[in-house]
Write a protein that binds this ligand. Sequence first.
Ligand SMILES: Cc1cc2nc3c(=O)[nH]c(=O)nc-3n(C[C@H](O)[C@H](O)[C@H](O)COP(=O)(O)O)c2cc1C
Length: 195
Amino acid sequence: MSAPADKQAVTRYPVDPLIRERWSPRAFADRPVDRETLGSLLEAARWAASCNNEQPWIFIVARKEDGPAFERILRCLVPGNQAWAQSAPVLMVSLARTTFASNGQPNRHALHDVGAATAQLTLQATALGLAVHPMAGIDRDCIRAEFALPDDVEPVAGIAVGWPGDPETLPERLREREKAPRERKSLDAMVLGGW
Ligand SMILES: Cc1cc2nc3c(=O)[nH]c(=O)nc-3n(C[C@H](O)[C@H](O)[C@H](O)COP(=O)(O)O)c2cc1C
């Protein structure tokens, strides 16, 4: 774990250091992520809870040094995300299978469960000193066409993974965002009923 002090979550109640240190940077170091390490991230995702143990998540994974798959994901990101995500050594896209395998009925919880698996992947990455940045800014039609997705498989999010980098390497506008304070609504704003 290695979040800069001014990026760590400021909490009213104690939380595990993993939670405190996770954040979504845009600057990545020019350093690859080996397969063994990526395996740990994917294993963490694999063991997420899911509705009916359906495990509706699928991850397209591409390391920069492994050739064209990385470029295929990169060109399906919106330009604003391409600008910084191109420097990440690993790009992923999370997918959701939106129907239950057993009966073909819609799985209303598929997106929830892909998010849960991604959260586990992210915390495992944080534990290993890696940074993860999720991206809604993807061209879903591009992903669907590029990877020939069946109708019941939905692109959910892009995910940039890498070792934390130097914010000074970012273009000015992004550098400012990289250094901006992290903010959250209050606990009171998200809890009904008290505890
Ligand atoms: C589902 C999802 C989609 C996101 N999409 C983008 C995106 O397209 N581009 C981007 O720069 N950040 C994106 N983010 C990052 C959020 O802006 C970030 O998580 C939020 O501002 C809180 O900051 P933190 O992750 O550092 O705590 C996304 C995050 C999530 C969870």
